[in-house]
Design a protein around this ligand. Structure first.
Ligand code: GH3
Ligand code: MG
Ligand code: MG
Ligand code: MG
Ligand code: MG
Length: 322
């Protein structure tokens, strides 16, 4: 059992890791200019199951900070170079003011209250006085990592729930509820800047017959294929919505009436070629666009496009009416 100096520190750092059998996973951005402290702390962190990106300078650490990658920042306060640990904390918090908070643990041999308060005001989550007591450091690090990862999980679940609430599970398109969520944003942006905005309403022809002849399950399969086909025809900025049973809607920002008419015709051909589950299908499409120089609500555009679908149905289906 080693007794003195660095060997003793090493021994205690290793022992900590072994005794605490709850191994973490994660990555730490670590700033420290003392070789000895770095060695010992790295031993401790790695023993806890953490990966360590170590930098001697705060500026270099700042350049390598990655909010997706790092679960914790540990920074010495007095470090070599132009950027201090305090400046590093300030810059990290400026970069992501409130939404994303990677925990920061400050470490310093200078344990004056004013500096500590300043650091906490800048946004550190915890503070350790050097010389480090390993048991304390390990517990503080563990708490910060576990909290951060729990928060990430909750955030992830919230995003998943939100996506589920907004998406139609059969087609993968946005559902009708979600339309209310973004409709006013889309039209007000287009109206404010007088930008093009078009919609295409797509209604499958005689879809009831598909169900009647092949069954509801095959009908579902057909709807799923049409949904996937619409999605693959979408640009980044487009919204594809399942508007009703077999009625779908494309919202096309920055798309003029002429361009929307062309895209509708391409979609009509695409659907007519699709033959999902071996069944030939077709669709009637209606197109409407914001008249340049005039404001219009999205709901109004949808109504106009719906009316155009009606006309397409009346004129024999499998066609686009603008
Ligand atoms: P039209 O050419 O006039 O549009 O004729 P249509 O038969 O497509 O129109 P109609 O509105 O009379 O019928 C729509 C059909 O779509 C009836 C309904 O059972 C079917 N449908 C709606 N939602 C779903 C669904 O989720 N799955 C399946 N399989 N069928 C659906
Ligand atoms: Mg230092
Ligand atoms: Mg109908
Ligand atoms: Mg129909
Ligand atoms: Mg319909």
């Amino acid at each position: 059992c080693p007794k003195t100096g660095i060997e003793d520190l090493f021994y205690r750092a290793s022992r900590m890791a072994v005794h605490d059998n709850q191994v973490l996973s994660g990555r730490v951005l670590y700033v420290e200019d003392s070789k000895t402290v770095t060695k010992v702390m790295t031993r401790l962190l790695e023993g806890m199951g953490l990966e360590v990106d170590h930098y001697v300078s705060a500026a270099e650490a700042f350049n390598h900070f990655d909010v997706q990658r790092h679960d914790l920042v540990i920074s010495d306060i007095l470090v070599e170079g132009d950027m201090s640990g305090i400046a590093l904390v300030g810059e990290l918090r400026k970069q992501h003011p409130d939404k994303i908070r990677t925990p920061i643990l400050a470490m310093s041999g200078m344990d004056d209250a004013i500096r500590r308060v300043e650091l906490f005001r800048l946004g550190i989550n915890d503070f350790i006085t050097k010389p480090v007591i390993f048991e304390e450091a390990a517990s503080r690090i563990r708490n910060l990592i576990v909290q951060k990862q729990l928060f990430d999980q909750v955030q992830q679940q919230r995003i998943q729930l939100y996506e589920m609430a907004m998406t139609d599970p059969l087609t993968g398109l946005y559902n009708r509820n979600s339309l209310a969520e973004f409709a006013s944003k889309i039209s007000s942006a287009a109206n404010r800047h007088d930008m093009d905005l078009s919609v295409i309403v797509i209604d499958l022809d005689h879809f009831k017959e598909v169900n009647d002849s092949h069954g509801h399950l095959v009908g579902d399969q057909v709807l799923a294929s049409v949904g996937a086909s619409l999605l693959s025809a979408c640009r980044q900025e487009d919204f594809a919505v399942r508007f009703g049973g077999e009625e779908m809607l494309l919202i096309l920002p920055h798309c003029s009436l002429n361009d929307a008419a062309d895209r509708a015709e391409q979609l009509r051909e695409r659907i007519a070629r699709l033959k999902p589950a071996g069944i030939p299908i077709s669709a009637s499409l209606g197109v409407a666009a914001k008249p340049p120089g005039r404001a219009i609500e999205l709901q109004q555009l949808i109504r106009i496009a719906d009316q155009a679908v009606y006309e397409a149905k009346a004129s024999g289906r499998n066609q686009v009416v603008v």
